[in-house]
Design a protein around this ligand. Structure first.
Ligand SMILES: *Cc1c(COP(=O)(O)O)cnc(C)c1O
Length: 382
């Protein structure tokens, strides 16, 4: 109990101007209002307008990706990435169980089935060992060159690792396993804008990567997402399919496949561009907070999850680990009573009624951390 009080006092000292301290709040202190006004004045507020192009270019410049396609949110960026990875109703997609439901839902939108593998205990992201184990024991690359699941007979088409809370996972190892089994790598980098692994931006290792700009993420535009890829044809297809598959023409309406209305509106892109200008400053701020948290928790003997060697995390959310579920729950009770809105892990995907019958590997780490981790307030300090 005494230590709970110390933790709450420390968090309160960081956000002393707040009565209720939420997990992650957006900060608008740059050109947000200016750019949004410009978008309004231009009357181009919808899915055509100069801020969409500007924002896509900023994301390319920042991440080193060749192409970027801005979308309405991160979930549909994942949905489109899976569709363009040729995932169909007959296929399976490998996901991590400790994750936000969006990625798995994107698999379900297509009618495909998820397979859950475990996380590493230091990154909280997909474990290359668990992935390799699952594939070695359950999958086979047949003469046609494709990867088949021996249990279901279905093809395993894609793998969607996630950089949990901004911490880069061992994405290079995951990438080489996917290559070995001819599985398309789609990186759910929704939480990791500004996070790098071996000096390469997260989201740029896979065929596709996606980011989210929802209100609780490191930078936000209200709601928004983006797909990044180095493949010119796929980028073109992504832009096409997210714009109702309309064939460009001055006045004619012609569509050559089933499309989606998933393009980011210009008014959101205006906000996103202004936020993007501040990304480096935000990350510096967040990394400083993370370091201060780390020193504090180290001193009081509570473990905090830190970036691994060769990784640079944006520290979107800082994560601490309690010794068991009971201690975690009493801390959550205590912190909420004190208006500090800490959060536990998402309910694990394989424990949701929706996905409880899915194929899965051993999930020891997911189960262990799912019971013990808590995210503490991590907004930018102003
Ligand atoms: C936020 C998030 C998404 C989806 O983002 P939206 O923009 O809210 O649709 C997907 N995956 C993960 C891991 C996320 O945290």
């Amino acid at each position: 109990m005494i230590c709970f009080k110390q933790i709450i006092e420390l968090i309160k000292s960081k956000y002393s101007h707040k009565e209720i301290i939420s997990l992650h709040e957006p900060v608008f202190m740059g050109n947000e209002k200016k750019y949004v006004n410009e978008a309004i004045d231009s009357t181009y507020v919808s899915s055509v307008g100069s801020f969409v192009n500007k924002f896509e270019k900023m994301i390319c410049d920042y991440t080193g990706s060749e192409y970027a396609i801005a979308t309405v949110n991160g979930t549909n960026a994942l949905h489109i990435s899976l569709l363009l990875s040729d995932v169909t109703i007959d296929d399976e997609v490998i996901c991590q169980s400790l994750s936000f439901v969006a990625g798995v839902n994107a698999v379900s939108y297509i009618g495909a089935k998820p397979i859950f593998v475990d996380i590493d205990n230091d990154t909280l992201g997909m474990s290359p060992n668990s992935l390799m184990d699952y594939l070695k024991n359950n999958a086979v690359v047949k003469k046609d060159g494709f990867c088949y699941n021996k249990i279901s007979g279905k093809r395993i088409k894609a793998c969607v690792p996630m950089h949990t809370f901004g911490l880069p996972c061992r994405i290079d190892e995951i990438k080489s396993i996917c290559e070995k089994f001819n599985i398309t790598l789609v990186e759910d980098a929704a939480e990791s804008i500004g996070s790098f692994y071996k000096e390469k931006h997260t989201g740029t290792f896979g065929k596709f990567g996606i980011f989210s700009f929802n209100g609780n993420k490191t930078i936000t535009c209200g709601g928004g997402g983006i797909i990044i890829t180095n493949d010119k044809d796929l980028a073109k297809k992504a832009k096409h399919i997210t714009s109702q598959a309309k064939i460009p023409h001055k006045w004619e309406f012609n569509h050559d496949e089933v499309g989606y209305n998933f393009r980011m509106p210009n008014i959101n892109a205006a906000l996103a561009s202004a936020q993007m200008e501040q990304l480096d400053a935000f990350i510096k701020n967040k990394r400083k907070l993370s370091e201060e948290y780390f020193l504090f928790f180290d001193r009081i003997g509570i473990s905090k999850i830190q970036e691994i060697k060769n990784a640079k995390s944006n520290y979107w959310l800082n994560t601490i680990v309690f010794s068991d579920v009971k201690e975690r729950d009493s801390f959550l009770n205590f912190s909420h009573k004190n208006k500090v809105l800490c959060r536990p892990s998402w309910k694990l995907m394989h424990k949701l009624d929706l996905y409880k019958n899915s194929l899965k590997s051993d999930l020891t780490n997911s189960d262990w951390f799912g019971d013990r981790i808590v995210n503490i307030p991590s907004s930018i300090i102003i």
